[in-house]
Design a protein around this ligand. Structure first.
Ligand SMILES: C[S@@+](CC[C@H](N)C(=O)[O-])C[C@H]1O[C@@H](n2cnc3c(N)ncnc32)[C@H](O)[C@@H]1O
Length: 351
């Protein structure tokens, strides 16, 4: 009996895991790198990836249904336009992001019912520890995570480097800066700047390799890596403090602790300078996500980190910033969708 349209719709959504896992495996096996701009027979793809040819043909069939690859009359496969970004050398590569989403984050959705019942993190229920503690014990996933963050950050770095006036700044401190991609993108466009990337020690170790191998030498040598717990120890001396995609991981109360830590460093910086020198500014970059958002992230974020982190809208972030002694003097949407909150510190406030 032929399936009815509504049955097809349900079946397609219910089989989502099959498509996303196939996509992640294609990314892991480097199929887009192997096929590149050409067409390749499934036998050749199987040989390059050490796979069973018949099963590889079926994997490619599933990927074709998902629109990832297309098959020509001779049975050879090519990547479709959008999915060329699965290539590792693509300037807008999403290879690591695909693996992160469709593997570890998908596993965390095994804890969805726990999140729905209790509001607590499904990730923690499944893995026994919160995300960053998990990444400390799984180096391979940590590498994928850093790579995914870097992929998502590249366009934001370009947009911020173009939009924000860095002319009077000397030092930019990126708090929770991952592998340094945001700083590298800004410093490449503003050769007078130096940068300090602050993150967990294990992230800084991997960042040293990433900067050495994939960033222009002239840019990489202007970036210092600073391993630290950002809730306790943010370096002084910056003219701009960046905080990109960090607040959404935490509850409003924990965001307050982090902002207090940054505020302390900024206050000391100001106090140590001549009165004529401009006070440092905090630039917060976030994808806004309010309760009415139509993005799946509205649930996703809770499964990863818990109910208190269900995404922040503009009003929430303004409140969180103000409570920690920061006043947004400019809020704008950058090309690509991130919002920039440029903030000054309220220096009359006691912290
Ligand atoms: C969601 S990622 C964002 C990374 C980067 N800012 C970006 O947008 O690509 C959050 C970052 O915060 C870092 N982080 C989390 N807790 C931290 C802590 N206690 N001390 C230092 N860094 C921390 C993580 O290691 C991670 O690199």
């Amino acid at each position: 009996m032929e399936a009815l349209p509504n049955q097809m719709q349900i079946a397609r959504l219910a089989a989502g895991g099959c498509f996303s896992r196939a996509l992640a495996l294609a990314a892991r096996l480097g199929i887009a790198d192997i096929v590149n701009d050409g067409h390749l027979h499934f036998h050749d793809i199987a040989e390059h990836t050490g796979s069973d040819p018949d099963v590889m043909r079926r994997l490619l069939q599933v990927l074709a249904i998902g629109g990832v690859v297309e098959r020509d009359q001779d049975g050879a496969f090519a990547m479709t336009g959008p999915f060329t970004a699965l290539r590792s050398d693509h300037p807008r590569s999403m290879r690591n992001f695909s693996i992160l989403m469709a593997e570890i984050y998908d596993d965390a959705f095994g804890g969805l019912s726990h999140t729905v019942r209790t509001g607590d993190s499904g990730f923690r229920q499944v893995f026994g520890v919160p995300l960053y503690a998990y990444l400390e014990r799984d180096a391979e996933t940590a590498r994928i995570f850093d790579g995914a963050m870097s992929e998502l950050t590249r366009p934001v770095a370009a947009a911020l480097a173009e939009r924000h006036d860095f002319s009077s700044a000397h030092t930019v401190v990126d708090v929770g800066g991952g592998d340094g991609t945001l700083l590298a993108g800004i410093l490449a466009e503003h050769p007078h700047l130096t940068g300090v990337c602050v993150d967990r020690p294990s992230v800084c170790e991997r960042a040293a390799t990433a900067l050495r191998t994939s960033v222009d030498h002239q840019v990489a040598r202007r970036i210092a890596l600073r391993p630290a717990d950002i809730f306790e120890d943010v370096p002084e001396g910056g003219d701009r403090y960046l905080l990109k995609n960090v607040l959404h991981d935490w509850s409003p109360e924990t965001c307050g602790r982090l902002l207090t830590s940054i505020g302390r460093a900024m206050r000391r910086t100001t106090e140590g300078r001549d009165p004529g020198v401009a006070a440092p500014r905090l630039l917060v970059l976030e994808s806004l996500l309010d309760q009415d958002s139509d993005a799946p992230h509205v649930l996703f974020q809770m499964v990863m980190c818990g109910k208190d982190t269900g995404g922040y809208g503009e009003g929430d972030l303004r409140l969180i910033l103000r409570r920690s002694g920061f006043t947004p003097v400019l809020v704008e949407r950058l090309a690509g969708g991130h919002h920039l909150f440029e903030c000054v510190q309220d220096l009359d406030r006691h912290s």
